[in-house]
Design a protein. Structure first.
Length: 194
């Protein structure tokens, strides 16, 4: 029985075309904004703002019904009508991961983080919370505060919380894994032919 193998040049062209198609459909960088589909709500004013305080604020906000407002721990909470990700009643608890500054944030491969808490200028403006589970790569957030609650004040810093909701790898990771597998197959073929 004779086995027909794809010629090496055709396999290389086919692999390159497939990788290019995968890259074309991979998610691009995303900008989060106030009121977008990932917006979970606001914490007014988010002071004090230590790591445990921020964790408590996010966990309280995600437990609230969409469209509701209340107060907790000396703060006023406004939960948006949005229900991204796993939906109301199914959000995983926020677990502090790390803090940062600046408007560009690297979310990694999309499985590391669930929530992003952004604090705007101390006691003068509020804090915003977004659901980022499943998002990957570099995202940007607004440099100025929440409209209606100190929009003229700048970003003080942000906090990322896990655990993320496991998702399929992003397009870049998929292409990298596919390329490694095809390379290994090509080397195995070369050794088996000799």
């Amino acid at each position: 029985m004779k086995i027909n193998l794809i010629p090496t040049k055709k396999l290389a062209i086919l692999s390159a075309a497939f990788c290019a198609a995968m890259l074309a459909f991979s998610p691009n960088a995303k900008a989060l904004t106030f009121g977008d589909a990932n917006d979970l709500g606001q914490v007014l004013f988010g002071i004090p703002s230590g790591d445990q305080d921020r964790t408590n604020y996010v966990n309280h906000l995600i437990a609230m019904a969409p469209g509701s407002s209340d107060s907790f721990s000396g703060q006023i909470f406004h939960r948006s009508l949005n229900n991204p990700g796993p939906g109301f009643g199914n959000y995983p608890m926020a677990v502090f991961d790390h803090n940062g500054t600046g408007t560009s944030i690297d979310l990694g491969n999309g499985t590391l983080y669930s929530y992003l808490f952004a604090k705007y200028d101390g006691p003068n403006a509020g804090s915003e919370v977004w659901y980022v589970g499943g998002m990957s790569g570099i995202i940007t957030i607004p440099a100025l505060g929440i409209p209606g609650y100190g929009h003229q004040y700048g970003l003080s810093g942000w906090t990322l919380f896990g655990p993320g909701v496991p998702q399929a790898p992003d397009g870049g990771t998929t292409v990298m894994l596919l390329g490694a597998a095809l390379g290994a197959l090509g080397m195995a073929r070369r050794f088996l032919k000799s």
